[in-house]
Design a protein around this ligand. Structure first.
Ligand SMILES: C[S@@+](CC[C@H](N)C(=O)[O-])C[C@H]1O[C@@H](n2cnc3c(N)ncnc32)[C@H](O)[C@@H]1O
Length: 365
C-alpha cells in the first residue's frame, strides 16, 4: 500500500467513528503519526511494534490507541484513539490563531494536529522523559507552534492566557488554574471521572464559579496523577478488579431484546452514575466485557446490570442492591432512555483543601 493510500484509508476509518471537518481530515492526512511513536508502541493485544517491524505503518495508521509507555504492565502514556481525538478537537471549536492549553502531552501527536489547524499550543506532561520525547518528535515532524512543558498539569501554564483548554488524561475534576487562564467565553474539553469511566465534558466557567458542562462522548482515558485525581465528596468507587467480587447470581432476567448496543449501554451507565453514588464497573466472571456495577461498601458484592438489562447480585444484601439496580432501569426507561449528551452538569469545588478541583456534583436533563 502506498503512503497516500494508507493515510486516505486512515482518515476514512476515523470518519466512521467521528464526524470530521475538512481541516481536521487534512490534519490527520498530513501529520506523520509514526514520528510520534518512534520508540514503538504496544497494541491492544499487548504486542510491541517498532519502526522497521513488518506492519508497523499499517498499525500506526489505524483508528486505535497506541500505548507508548507502561509501568508494571499498566499503560502510563499513549497516543489516544484518533476518532476520540477527533471528537474532542471538534468539541473544542478551535480556530486559526487560538491559544490552546493541552494537559497530557503524551506523544505530542494531538498537539501537532492542533498546531496544524493553526492553534498555538502549550502542552504539559508530568513525566519528564515523555515531555522531552514529545518535544523532539514535534521538531522531527517539522511542527511549529507547540511548546512542551514538564510539570503537573494542575498548574496549567502560569503567566499565559488561552482561548481553549483540552485535557487528554482522565481527571476527577478541573483545576481552577485552567479556568483562571482561560479567556471569558472559552471552553475546556475534559474527560472527568463518572461511574468508573471518563465521559468527556465541554466545560465553561470561571475559577471562582459558577462552572457548568455538557457531555460530549464516552471515553476510557488513563487516569492523571496528583491532585487532579484526588478523592472528593462526589466521587464514585474505583472499578472492581478481576477477582475482587464474590459470586453473583441472576436476580432478574434480561429486559432488552436485542441487548443495548455499546453506546446505549454507556447512556444507561451515565444515568446510573447520576442516580447512584456506588455506580462503577466490574469484571464479572463469565461476562466478556466490563459491566455497570453498583458496588457495595465491602467492594465484594452489590448488583451488576448487563447490556441485556439482566441484574446479577451478591454480597451481604443482594436484594437491596438488586432493587436499586431495578429502580435505575425503570427510571431510565421512564425518562425516555436519555443519551449521555442530554445531561447538563453543575460542578462544585472539592478535593484537596490546598489544591481543589471542580467536580461534577449536580445533573439535570
Ligand atoms: C493519553 S496520554 C496523552 C495523549 C497525548 N495527548 C497524545 O497526543 O499523544 C496521557 C498523558 O498524560 C500525562 N499525565 C498524567 N498525569 C498528568 C498530570 N497530572 N499532569 C500532566 N500530565 C499528566 C501522562 O504522563 C501521559 O503522557
Amino acid at each position: 500500500m502506498t503512503d497516500t493510500d494508507r493515510r486516505a484509508a486512515y482518515v476514512e476509518e476515523i470518519r466512521r467513528g467521528a464526524p470530521l471537518s475538512d481541516e481536521l481530515a487534512r490534519a490527520f492526512a498530513t501529520v506523520p503519526r509514526e514520528a510520534f511513536v518512534g520508540r514503538g508502541f504496544q497494541d491492544r493485544h499487548g504486542r510491541w511494534t517498532k519502526p522497521g517491524d513488518p506492519g508497523f505503518l499499517d498499525a500506526v495508521y489505524r483508528d486505535d490507541v497506541l500505548v507508548t509507555k507502561v509501568d508494571h504492565r499498566v499503560p502510563i502514556s499513549s497516543s489516544s484513539q484518533p476518532s476520540l481525538m477527533a471528537i474532542m478537537i471538534e468539541a473544542l471549536e478551535v480556530e486559526p490563531g487560538m491559544r490552546v492549553l493541552e494537559i497530557g502531552a503524551g506523544t505530542g501527536y494531538n498537539a501537532a494536529l492542533l498546531a496544524t489547524l493553526g492553534a498555538s499550543v502549550i502542552s504539559v506532561d508530568v513525566q519528564a522523559d515523555v515531555a522531552a520525547r514529545a518535544a523532539s518528535a514535534l521538531t522531527e515532524a517539522g511542527i511549529t507552534g507547540v511548546r512542551v512543558d514538564h510539570g503537573d498539569g494542575y498548574a496549567g501554564a502560569p503567566g499565559h492566557r488561552f482561548d481553549r483548554v483540552i485535557v487528554t488524561v482522565g481527571v476527577g475534576g478541573l483545576s481552577p488554574r485552567w479556568l483562571s487562564q482561560l479567556d471569558p467565553g472559552g471552553v475546556a474539553v475534559v474527560p472527568v471521572e463518572h461511574a468508573g469511566t471518563h465521559p468527556v465534558l465541554a466545560v465553561r466557567g470561571t475559577a471562582d464559579g459558577p462552572v457548568t458542562a455538557s457531555v460530549v462522548c464516552p471515553s476510557g482515558f488513563m487516569s492523571a496523577s496528583g491532585p487532579l485525581t484526588a478523592a472528593h465528596q462526589f466521587a464514585h468507587p474505583a472499578p472492581a478488579a478481576p477477582g475482587e467480587l464474590a459470586a453473583l447470581r441472576e436476580e432478574k432476567g434480561p429486559r432488552f431484546d436485542p441487548p443495548l448496543g455499546a453506546l446505549g449501554y454507556r447512556d444507561l451507565w451515565y444515568a446510573a452514575g447520576v442516580w447512584h453514588r456506588r455506580a462503577t464497573h466490574a469484571a464479572i466472571p463469565g461476562v466478556d466485557q466490563n459491566c455497570l456495577m453498583l458496588l457495595d461498601e465491602d467492594r465484594t458484592g452489590g448488583a451488576a446490570i448487563l447490556p441485556d438489562g439482566a441484574i446479577l447480585s451478591g454480597g451481604a444484601e443482594p436484594e437491596r442492591w438488586a432493587n436499586d439496580a431495578l429502580d435505575i432501569l425503570k427510571r431510565w426507561d421512564a425518562a425516555g432512555r436519555p443519551p449521555m449528551r442530554a445531561w447538563q452538569v453543575t460542578l462544585a469545588l472539592n478535593g484537596l483543601p490546598d489544591a481543589p478541583i471542580w467536580v461534577p456534583a449536580n445533573w439535570s436533563l
